[in-house]
Write a protein that binds this ligand. Structure first.
Ligand SMILES: C[S@@+](CC[C@H](N)C(=O)[O-])C[C@H]1O[C@@H](n2cnc3c(N)ncnc32)[C@H](O)[C@@H]1O
Length: 313
């Protein structure tokens, strides 16, 4: 395993917003290198931090990083979609704070064998966050029908040239199945007009984002887990979520808004009859963004947004 170098995004801001109580119970759904978790656990006395990651390398790295505070930490190798069940299994009814720092870690991006980066032409097209899960990005490219490829490129990559790319993927795989980043980069390059390649970063960026989101079910997991996590919070507990693209941010914003005001009565009703009760309040009307200083030292922070919700019971 390579050294786990990861700069924790919006670290101070997240810690401030969590309002950590020394005896509280906290969950980190995306341990990564343990940067956020270390800061939380360091502030605990009788409290506990329960950290989740689905990536075994991240689990190993976080275990090492959290060694000095290991008496206050429980590490679980699991998707955060299982957080509520795992927390109950560990004997807790609720928690006082939850952190999610979504997406890939710089370690995952830098490790060629994981296949998350389009920059290394001979890298395998893997992209699994959980190395024990079955399907890889190459399997998607080699087996999905053209229409499905168009859908994921459009929905998850917001790719304007989705039809062209999907068509060319389907004809390329008939000659030779996809195995490496270089093969995919070549197909994408020939599917996007030269002029359009002059702006918007690397031409494969959006295709990679789409494949990663589809393979790891990133948006579905987020959308399906958020309400359960809000319900898991004790009174006054806060959930802090850092997102890296507009698709994730939109989900967080909408779920938080609905949790604050779930009333479905027509606006002209004098009193609420639907009976849906607010779960708390949105703390961040506008997302918290990284400071100028952070942006100077970490380019990955560029698209980061932090949103916070506080539970009231
Ligand atoms: C950006 S990194 C977290 C970095 C961490 N906050 C730190 O400061 O070191 C995201 C991590 O979340 C993990 N991850 C992403 N989605 C996940 C999910 N649904 N369940 C569990 N882990 C997930 C990834 O494997 C990765 O290690």
């Amino acid at each position: 395993m390579e050294e786990f170098n990861h700069y924790s995004v919006l670290l101070q801001e997240t810690i401030n917003e969590l309002h950590i109580k020394p005896n509280g119970i906290y969950c980190d759904g995306t341990l990564g290198g343990g940067g956020h978790s270390f800061q939380i656990a360091s502030r605990l006395e009788a409290g506990r931090l329960i950290g989740f990651d689905q990536d075994r390398d991240a689990i190993a790295a976080a275990t090492k990083r959290l060694e000095p505070v290991s008496d206050r930490v429980t590490i679980v190798k699991s998707n955060y979609e299982n957080m509520v069940a795992k927390v109950h299994e560990l004997g807790y009814d609720g928690v006082d704070g939850i952190v999610l720092d979504l997406g890939v870690s710089s370690y995952q991006l830098d490790d060629k064998e994981r296949g998350f980066s389009y920059m290394q032409e001979d890298a395998p097209l893997d992209m699994r966050m959980d190395q024990e899960s079955g399907m890889t990005a190459a399997d998607i490219l080699n087996t999905y029908p053209q229409e499905e490829l168009i859908r994921i490129l459009r929905e998850y990559g917001e790719e304007k040239f989705a039809v062209n790319i999907a068509k060319n993927i389907c004809s390329a795989r008939e000659k030779e199945p996809f195995a490496t980043a270089g093969q995919l980069n070549e197909v994408v390059r020939t599917s996007i007009p030269k002029k359009a390649q002059l702006t918007g970063g690397h031409p494969s960026k959006r295709t990679y984002q789409a494949l990663r989101i589809e393979l790891n079910r990133e948006l579905a997991v987020l959308e399906d887990s958020l309400n359960g996590m809000i319900d898991l919070l004790n009174d006054g507990g806060r959930i802090c979520i850092i997102t890296f693209h507009s698709l994730e941010d939109r989900i967080v914003k909408n779920v938080f808004k609905k949790a604050e005001d779930p009333c479905t009565c027509p606006k002209n009703f004098p009193v609420c009859v639907c009976g849906n009760k607010s779960k708390g309040k949105v703390i961040t009307r506008k997302p918290i963004l990284p400071s100028e200083e952070e942006l100077e030292v970490n380019s990955r922070s560029k698209s980061a947004k932090l949103r916070v919700f506080e539970r009231s019971v």
